[in-house]
Design a protein around this ligand. Structure first.
Ligand SMILES: *Cc1c(COP(=O)(O)O)cnc(C)c1O
Length: 427
C-alpha cells in the first residue's frame, strides 16, 4: 500500500484479504496454533521460519494492525503491546539495560517520567532530563559514554510543548544513538516523526488511535534506518549472539529493518508478556479506519475552543500550538502544518476554586483522567491528579492551580463553545 495516501492506508493497510476471505480483519481468538510435526514447530522456535505458535509472542490479528501502523508511520516493522506504558518500556529497555543511560525530554507524560526516573533507575539505568527547548549545546552536554538513546514526545501530555524533532535527532545521531519519539498526541495523521529523523516511534493506542475510550493498548514502530552494526559496541543485545535464543545475532539475521522489533518480540514479549489481546487489536483497527476523519475534527474543535478561550476575559492563559500567541506556534507550523491534536489547556482567573466551580457547571465536558477520545473531557490537576500539592508547589511545577486541561472530542464546536460560555458565567 506504500503508493497510497495516508487516508487510504488508515482504511485499507495491513490486512489485504485474498479471494473469498473475510473483508474485515479476522479475530484469531486462539492462544495456540497446531502443527503436524515437531520439526515444523522447531523451525519457528529457531526463528528459521515465520509463523505462529503462541499468542503471547505473536498473533495474526495483532500483526495485521501492527503492519497498518508501520505503514502509517513509514516504518519497516511494528508490534502491539498491552499499553502505552509497555510500549515505551519495551522500546527503551530493548537497547538500554543495567549500566546504560538515557537522555530524555523533561516534558513528557507523567507515567513515562516515573517509568524512567524511578523504575528504570531501580534497574540500574541512569537518566539525564533536558528541557524540550534545550539548545544544541545543552543537548550535547547531556550525553555520556554509556548513553543508549534519546527520548521525547512530539506534543507532550499534558504540557503541550512541541518538540524540535530534527534537533533532537541530530544530537542523538551525532552520539551514535537512536531517537525514540512518543507520537501519541498528533498520531501519524498530523506528524510522522520518522520523516524528521526519529528512529523508533511509540504510541499509547489508548488515545486517538483507538479514539473511543474503549481499549488500553500501545505500539512500537521501527523506522528500519538505524545502523546497529555501525555502533555495535553500544548495542551488544542486537549485535552479538543471544544465547537465550539459540545464539541468534538479531542485527545480522534480520538487518536494520527487522532486528529491533524481532528482538523486542523474541526477548521482551517472551519474558514480560505485555501482549495486546486480539479482541483489543480488532477494536483498535476499527478506530484507525476513521483516524484521518476524526483527527481533522479534533483539531478543528481544539482550534475553535482555544480561539474562544483566548478572547475570554476570565481566562488568563491558553496553551495550544495552533494559536499565534503560543510559544510553540512557529515550531508547530513546521512539524504540525495540519494542526496538532484536540487537547487545549488554560488558566482560569481565581485559581482552584474557580476551576472547580467552572468544571462542575460544564454540561458536555465530563471530568475524567483521560484524553483523546470522541467525547470531550476535562481535568483540573490541582483538585485531582496533583491535589496533594500546595498552590506554590503547583506553580513551581508549571501546573498553576487554575489550570484546566480540556480534550476536545468530536461534538459540534458551537455546542462546546456555548457550554464553556455558560460554565464560565458561573465563575
Ligand atoms: C497515556 C499516555 C501514555 C501511557 O499510555 P497507556 O496506554 O495509558 O499505558 C504514554 N504516553 C503518552 C503521551 C500518553 O498520553
Amino acid at each position: 500500500m506504500s503508493d497510497f495516501k495516508i487516508n487510504t492506508k488508515c482504511v485499507q493497510a495491513g490486512y489485504r484479504p485474498g479471494n473469498g476471505e473475510p473483508r474485515q480483519i479476522p479475530i484469531i481468538q486462539s492462544t495456540t496454533f497446531k502443527y503436524d510435526t515437531s520439526e515444523d514447530m522447531g523451525k519457528l522456535f529457531d526463528l528459521e521460519a515465520s509463523g505462529y505458535f503462541y499468542t503471547r509472542l505473536q498473533n495474526p490479528t495483532n500483526d495485521y494492525v501492527a503492519a497498518k501502523l508501520a505503514e502509517l508511520e513509514g516504518g519497516t516493522a511494528a508490534m502491539l503491546t498491552s499499553s502505552g506504558q509497555a510500549a515505551n518500556f519495551f522500546a527503551m529497555f530493548n537497547i538500554c539495560e543495567n549500566g546504560g543511560h538515557i537522555v530524555a525530554s523533561s516534558s513528557i507524560y507523567g507515567g513515562t517520567f516515573n517509568l524512567i526516573d524511578v523504575t528504570m533507575r531501580k534497574m540500574g539505568i541512569d537518566v539525564t532530563f533536558v528541557s524540550p527547548d534545550a539548545t544544541e549545546d545543552e543537548l550535547n552536554a547531556a550525553f555520556k559514554d554509556n548513553t543508549k538513546l534519546v527520548f521525547g514526545e512530539t506534543i507532550a501530555n499534558p504540557a503541550l510543548t512541541v518538540l524540535d524533532i530534527e534537533k533532537f535527532a541530530k544530537a542523538a545521531h551525532a552520539h551514535g544513538v537512536p531517537l525514540i519519539i512518543d507520537n501519541t498526541f498528533p498520531t501519524p495523521i498530523n506528524c510522522r516523526p520518522i520523516e524528521w529523523g526519529a528512529d523508533i516511534v511509540t504510541h499509547s493506542t489508548t488515545k486517538y488511535l483507538d479514539g473511543h475510550g474503549a481499549t488500553v493498548g500501545g505500539a512500537i514502530i521501527d523506522s528500519g534506518k538505524f545502523d546497529w552494526m555501525a555502533h555495535a559496541d553500544k548495542f551488544p543485545g542486537l549485535t552479538t549472539p543471544d544465547e537465550s535464543y539459540h545464539g541468534i545475532t538479531y542485527a545480522e539475521k534480520f538487518g536494520k529493518e527487522g532486528a529491533f522489533i524481532t528482538k523486542a518480540t523474541a526477548q521482551l514479549m517472551r519474558d514480560f508478556g505485555c501482549i495486546q489481546s486480539p479482541q483489543h487489536a480488532f477494536i483498535l483497527n476499527l478506530g484507525i479506519e476513521s483516524l484521518h476523519v476524526r483527527m481533522a475534527r479534533h483539531v478543528e474543535n481544539g482550534q475553535a475552543v482555544a480561539e474562544f478561550l483566548e478572547k475570554h476575559p476570565k481566562i488568563t492563559k491558553v496553551n495550544y500550538s495552533g494559536l499565534k500567541s503560543d510559544k510553540y506556534y512557529e515550531i508547530a507550523q513546521k512539524y504540525l502544518p495540519n494542526g496538532g491534536c484536540g487537547v487545549v489547556s488554560f488558566e482560569i482567573e481565581g485559581g482552584r476554586a474557580a476551576a472547580e466551580k467552572f468544571m462542575k457547571a460544564l454540561k458536555i465536558a465530563a471530568i475524567e483522567t483521560h484524553v483523546a477520545d470522541a467525547r470531550t473531557c476535562c481535568l483540573n490537576p490541582a483538585t485531582s491528579t496533583h491535589r496533594q500539592m500546595t498552590d506554590e508547589q503547583l506553580e513551581a511545577a508549571g501546573i498553576p492551580a487554575g489550570l484546566v486541561r480540556m480534550s476536545c472530542g468530536l461534538e459540534d464546536k458551537e455546542d462546546l463553545i456555548a457550554d464553556l460560555e455558560q460554565a464560565l458565567a458561573t465563575v
